[in-house]
Design a binder for this molecule. Structure first.
Ligand code: SF4
Length: 215
């Protein structure tokens, strides 16, 4: 089987408390099946990746921060874009990197069940952006299918320790309300989600760039 390659957009080192436990390096990759209205990475996702790299090449670039990862319980966070589009690459990287590095993925779970299965066992933490559980609001905001996300989330919760799953639940201006957010959080807890991150998108005027305000 051919060596999987990763469509690298950029590396961001020395991140703390933003995308996983400890000090992390965010490895952003191209490609996403969704088209969210307020995508913070829309410009990046439209661009071609800077390069395609092998798992070995990536390891050579990120191992400079080995001591930071080990001292803080951190490691590598795959994001983008949709990390689970590159599940085979992540499996390969997991085989090569030190066992005590923490591997996290940022995912919408809008991927095939096969892609999710390929990631199981290789990932320590799943940071899931569920957008909204209401099918109409979900499709209106993302262009995707809420049932795919929800089915994958149920499979994930039954396949790993729920402590490994953090679900981000946003208030999305023009698409849902704080009341919807509370109802989404309630539904997620009933599904077995233990770790929730409730926050609001902040949309600056005349900009597609968003930030997050946590509650
Ligand atoms: S899932 Fe994330 S990367 Fe993909 S379109 Fe939505 S906000 Fe952008």
């Amino acid at each position: 089987m051919a060596e999987p390659l990763y469509p690298l957009l950029h590396l961001s080192r020395h991140r703390l408390g933003t995308d996983g436990v400890g000090v992390t390096t965010l490895v952003a990759g191209a490609g996403c099946p969704l088209r969210c209205r307020w995508c913070i990475n829309a410009r990046l996702l439209r661009e071609a990746p800077a390069e395609f790299i092998s798992a070995e090449e990536l390891l050579n670039r990120v191992k400079i921060d080995d001591l930071y990862y080990r001292a803080t319980g951190g490691g590598i966070t795959f994001g983008g874009g949709e990390a689970l589009l590159h599940a085979e690459f992540i499996r390969r990287f997991r085989e090569l990197c030190p066992r005590d590095w923490r591997i996290a993925v940022e995912t919408s779970l809008a991927v095939s069940p096969e892609a999710l299965s390929a990631a199981l066992g290789a990932v320590d933490e799943y940071i899931v952006d569920c957008k909204d559980l209401n099918p109409l609001r979900y499709t209106s905001y993302t262009g995707g299918d809420a049932a795919l996300m929800e089915n994958n989330l149920r499979r994930l919760l039954s396949s790993v320790n729920p402590d490994q799953v953090l679900v981000r639940v946003p208030v999305i201006p023009e698409y849902n309300t704080p009341k919807d957010q509370v109802e989404n959080a309630d539904l997620l807890q009933k599904m077995g989600v233990k770790r929730l991150d409730l926050f609001s998108y902040i949309i600056p005027k005349n900009s597609l760039q968003i930030s997050a305000e946590h509650v």
